[in-house]
Write a protein that binds this ligand. Structure first.
Ligand code: NAD
Length: 482
């Protein structure tokens, strides 16, 4: 086996107490890629104890903000030094095209560490204008404490970085728990944190499955869970975390609407929506999936986007020409196939795709880019998160009903509007319930822009100054000046 990885607890690489391990697979071939330790409850206890100890150790607690900033900057440098090998590892473990791994996953991971390196020296309290005579009041922003960072399989390294960088900037200690399908780049990131000189116990890394995630969420000595993943698991975490009132932030699913207005430039809309829908084979929480197209333009849009989608090269992520790589796991492939069948059964018109591709890809989890038209709001494919290369085209006659239809979902992560008309753009941006609205553009992310959702898309926001708020507690200090 090419990779054999252990747990990082208190600065030491160790096997699981039980000795258990599990395999991670290359989704392009179905071949095992590595074996990693399978953390259980005893390992969770050990990691939490190490993180608690590190939280008050002078080597971390006593570190000046400027020194913390240098450590984060060093991690960013190391990510860049190892960018090519990390990108390859991400592609082989997760499946994403190597170009996406380099230009999205790796570059964002490094940038987010640089962005939060800058924040270390800018986390400030304030003096408060209290009215009680002869008193002074000021606030301090203190670390929340021990944080469990539980991540999904779609962008493993990038999402781990989104959580780890602000958590460390605020002086917390952490336990990283990557998804069991894609553990390798998170372990590599933990290794870079050690190499950067982050003190032992500050960053712990537990590879493992739902049992480890559940043990972290319920642990009485964990102060915060930052989770990205499914809405279903998000619900379980909320319940488990309630035992000791952990702080919880959740980045969950999405079902982003994309409105294509009558005046939209259809060629731009096709190009932008194609990328917005199919990046990482549609395994993107913000992926545009429900296309509300003006009925006067819907045929043109459907024909053009279907032609463009069916021309995209499908293949292993390591092949440089690949645009559509494999789905992350056979279980996820089965989920996508089930939803496509539901679309056909409920009467949506399959314009292209709807099957696994031919051509020597049988061992991998490949699925052809798929476009449905004639989709209605009630159909399963318009309601459930598919998280795959499947686009659903709905049409509208009355622009006045758009916001209501776009909001007819439990999710509210992202939305997109294609129009040349400023009034349409701003009115829809204000009335669609989504954490991020994109006008005439792809769903870009930037460390300076808050990220998160309304409703079942989660709680709280990641990135930007919002993450600093989420990873700190506010303490007020009163002083008697009489
Ligand atoms: P998942 O919820 O199955 O797993 C996510 C993580 O939770 C994994 O590490 C898993 O081991 C762990 N886990 C499983 N059961 C647990 C439990 N009971 N308690 C604690 N942890 C547990 O999600 P997934 O299938 O890996 O990821 C896909 C989902 O993630 C999609 O729904 C997608 O929309 C969502 N996602 C959201 C965002 C966002 O920013 N909103 C980003 C990426 C992915």
């Amino acid at each position: 086996m090419e990779f054999r990885e252990r747990l990082l607890i208190g600065g030491r690489w160790v096997d699981a107490v039980s000795g258990a391990e599990f395999k991670t697979y290359d989704p392009a071939t179905g071949e095992p890629l590595g074996v990693v330790a399978d953390a259980g409850v005893a390992d969770v206890d050990a990691a939490v104890a190490a993180a608690q100890q590190a939280l008050v150790d002078p080597s971390w607690k006593g570190l000046r903000p400027a020194a913390r900033a240098r450590l984060l900057w060093k991690v960013a440098d190391l990510i860049e030094v190892h960018a090519d090998e990390l990108a390859e590892l991400e592609t082989r473990d997760q499946g994403q095209p190597i170009g996406v791994a380099k230009t999205v996953s790796l570059s964002m991971a490094a940038e987010v560490f640089r962005y939060y390196a800058g924040w270390c020296t800018k986390i400030e309290g304030h003096t408060s204008a209290v009215s009680i005579p002869n008193t002074m009041h000021y606030t301090r922003r203190e670390p929340v404490g021990v944080c469990a960072l539980i991540t999904p399989w779609n962008f493993p390294l990038m999402i781990a970085a989104w959580k780890l960088a602000p958590a460390l900037a605020c002086g917390n200690t952490v336990i990283l728990k990557p998804a069991e399908q894609t553990p390798l780049t998170t372990v590599a990131l933990a290794r870079l944190c050690v190499e950067a000189g982050i003190p032992p116990g500050v960053v712990n890394c537990l590879t493992g499955g739902p049992e480890a995630g559940a043990a972290l969420s319920a642990h009485p000595d964990i102060d915060k869970v930052s989770f990205t993943g499914s809405t279903e698991v998000g619900r379980k975490i909320v319940v488990a975390a309630s035992t000791n009132f952990k702080r919880v932030t959740l980045e969950l699913g999405g079902k982003a609407p994309s409105v294509i207005a009558r005046d939209a430039d259809i060629d731009d809309a096709v190009a932008g929506n194609l990328q917005g829908a199919l990046l990482n084979s549609g395994q993107v929480c913000a992926a545009y999936t429900r296309f509300f197209v003006d009925s006067k333009r819907v045929d043109e849009f459907a024909d053009k986007i279907a032609a463009a989608a069916s021309a995209l090269p499908v293949g292993p992520g390591m092949a440089p020409e690949t645009v559509i790589g494999p789905l992350a796991s056979p279980e996820h492939l089965a989920h996508v196939e089930r939803l496509v069948k539901a679309g056909v059964a409920e009467g949506a018109q399959l314009v292209t795709g709807g099957a696994r591709p031919d051509g020597g890809l049988a061992n991998g989890n490949f699925y052809a880019p798929t476009v449905f038209s004639g989709v209605t709001d009630e159909m399963t494919i318009a309601r459930e998160e598919i998280f795959g290369p499947v686009l659903s085209i709905l049409s509208y006659d009355d622009a006045g009903e758009l916001a209501e239809r776009a909001n007819n979902t439990e999710y509210g992560l992202a939305a997109c509007i294609w129009t040349k008309d400023l009034t349409t753009a701003h009115n829809l941006a204000a009335s669609i319930r989504a954490g991020s609205v994109f006008v005439n553009m792809l769903p870009f992310l930037d460390p300076a822009a808050p990220w998160g959702g309304f409703g079942a898309s989660g709680w709280g926001r990641e990135m930007s100054s919002n993450a600093i708020d989420e990873f700190t507690e506010t303490k007020g200090v009163w002083v008697n000046l009489a």
